[in-house]
Design a protein. Structure first.
Lengths: 114, 114
């Protein structure tokens, strides 16, 4: 079946520093998967941060970027300068082919220190 | 658009009691998903429906968990004979029926089994 592996546990970054949360995937269905980053801010529900459904394309939202790299089967989340308000739990996910059930990574907790 | 609605937000049950969780998807969305979220396991898929029909319940513990979608405006997740290990946040999500579309999550129901 499909699988998603992302940076595990907690990542701590100082405000204004750069960030990368790694995500690699394995999809068994024919064709390229659709890739997503979801985020859960403290006290809020899980919500979409960005998605890319075309291999080679880049998605961006709220200063975050992720590029769909089909050769490396990666979809790393990056931000050049994080803010304290970016502290949240981030999930990488994919859907593939006719499989409408998303496969999620285990989540990465980002803590940004002022 | 009120988003996905889940009730109750918090539920406390005694070991062996039954718990029923409710979800109202976004109007017009034809797919409804249920997940369980814990710190240890992350986001676990339970089951999903398309146009009210069950599609995949591969994540459901077979003996005590059941889910239904009697009409397009709500779905229920029932846990019989609750156990302490059932304590988790249960999330409901809805989406359009296409794998390229993102899911919209409800706020979750926090179930605590004493």
């Amino acid at each position: 079946g499909d699988s998603v592996t992302q940076t595990e546990g907690q990542v701590t970054v100082s405000e204004s520093k750069s960030l990368i949360i790694n995500c690699t995937y394995s999809a068994t269905s024919i064709g390229y998967p659709n890739l997503f980053w979801y985020v859960r801010y403290p006290g809020e529900g899980l919500q979409l941060l960005l998605k890319v459904i075309t291999a080679g394309q880049k998605g961006s939202s709220r200063g975050f970027e992720a590029t769909y790299n089909k050769e490396a089967t990666s979809f790393h989340l990056q931000k050049a300068s994080v803010q304290e308000s970016d502290s949240a739990v981030y999930y990488c996910a994919l859907t593939s082919g006719g499989n409408y059930k998303p496969t999620f990574g285990k989540g990465t907790s980002l803590v940004v220190h002022p | 658009n009120a988003g996905v609605i889940q009730t109750p937000r918090h539920k406390v049950t005694g070991k062996g009691q039954e718990a029923t969780l409710w979800c109202e998807p976004i109007s017009g969305h034809s797919a409804v998903f249920w997940y369980r979220q814990t710190i240890v396991q992350g986001l676990e898929f339970l089951t999903y429906f398309r146009n009210q029909a069950p599609i995949d319940d591969s994540g459901m513990p077979k003996e005590r968990f059941s889910a239904q979608m009697p009409n397009q405006s709500h779905s229920t997740l029932k846990i019989q004979s609750t156990q302490p290990q059932d304590s988790a946040v249960y999330l409901c999500a809805s989406s359009f029926w296409a794998s390229s579309y993102e899911q919209y999550f409800g706020p979750g129901t926090r179930l605590t089994v004493l």
